[in-house]
Design a protein around this ligand. Structure first.
Ligand SMILES: C[S@@+](CC[C@H](N)C(=O)[O-])C[C@H]1O[C@@H](n2cnc3c(N)ncnc32)[C@H](O)[C@@H]1O
Length: 253
């Protein structure tokens, strides 16, 4: 399975789980995209920028579209290591709309004291309420970081340009810092081709999109213009052509 449509892996996923093609809720995602490789691109020194000299004891993150949890587990370990000098207590919550994937993430959870998984559609009101309750338990009003890895295309295909804006606006409202890994435009075409080939129709909103050609550029523009965040770092593309956009909330005066 691959969003970029790469050979054998794509064919095997179609045989086992054709329905997953509409939202990207692939069952064997981490067999093809090992979680450890995904964090290699992340810089180390940016995670506590807002609190230089005032390290927070509790550090909290949200992983939107966490799939079976493998990347969420690795992100927590990564943050723990990257902030080892300050030794904050790091807790992450992963949300995904697929109940089977959330069950898998819970069953294999290596740190139930610090990792929570909830089945939620990120664009639903329920999700907002659950996340605010989670933050309140930690005496926080926002997440220190919100991760959006390889989810923006699925939101864009299913909810259009307005849905993509709404998704990023909601994520930024909840975040001090945001990390987005957008899928390149060729993946949109591949996703549609695969849906058609599986006899599952198409993405009706695809033809109506105005944010075409270079999703990364449009996402950066939304983060700057609508969310009023500022750029911290943008990484080079990894071996499958994906960059990480790291943005943060402007300091409140
Ligand atoms: C391609 S996978 C990426 C998984 C993970 N973020 C990663 O990069 O390793 C996209 C995930 O987003 C989830 N997803 C799609 N739309 C969603 C939504 N509206 N709310 C929550 N999860 C969603 C899918 O179920 C799927 O597990």
């Amino acid at each position: 399975m691959s969003e970029s449509g790469a050979g054998e892996s794509e064919r095997s996923e179609e045989k086992t789980d054709p329905g997953a093609i509409r939202h990207g809720n692939f069952m064997n995602y981490y067999q093809f995209h090992p979680a450890e490789e995904r964090v290699r691109q992340l810089p180390r020194g940016v995670w506590q920028r807002q609190r230089v000299g005032h390290p927070a004891r509790k550090y909290t993150g949200l992983d939107v579209g966490c799939n079976a949890g493998d990347l969420t587990y690795v992100l927590r370990d990564f943050l723990e290591e990257a902030m080892s000098q300050d030794q904050p207590e790091i807790s992450l919550i992963g949300v995904d709309l697929d109940p089977i994937l959330i069950e898998k993430a819970r069953e294999r959870n290596p740190r139930p004291d610090r990792l929570t998984f909830e089945r939620l559609d990120f664009l639903s009101e329920d999700c907002d309420e659950t996340l605010k309750r989670y933050l309140a338990q930690l005496n926080k009003t926002r997440f220190d970081v919100v991760f959006c890895f390889s989810i923006t295309m699925w939101i864009h295909l299913n909810h259009g340009d307005d849905g993509l804006e709404e998704f990023l606006r909601r994520a930024c409202e909840l975040a001090e810092m945001i990390v987005v890994e957008p899928q390149p435009w060729r993946c949109y075409r591949n996703a549609e081709r695969r849906l058609r080939r599986a006899g599952l129709g198409d993405f009706p909103l695809l033809k109506k999109l105005k944010y075409t050609g270079n999703p990364t550029k449009h996402i950066e523009d939304i983060l700057l213009r609508i969310c009023d965040f500022r750029r911290v770092a943008v990484t080079a593309g990894n071996e499958w052509g994906r960059m990480l956009l790291i943005y943060e909330r402007k300091q409140e005066s």
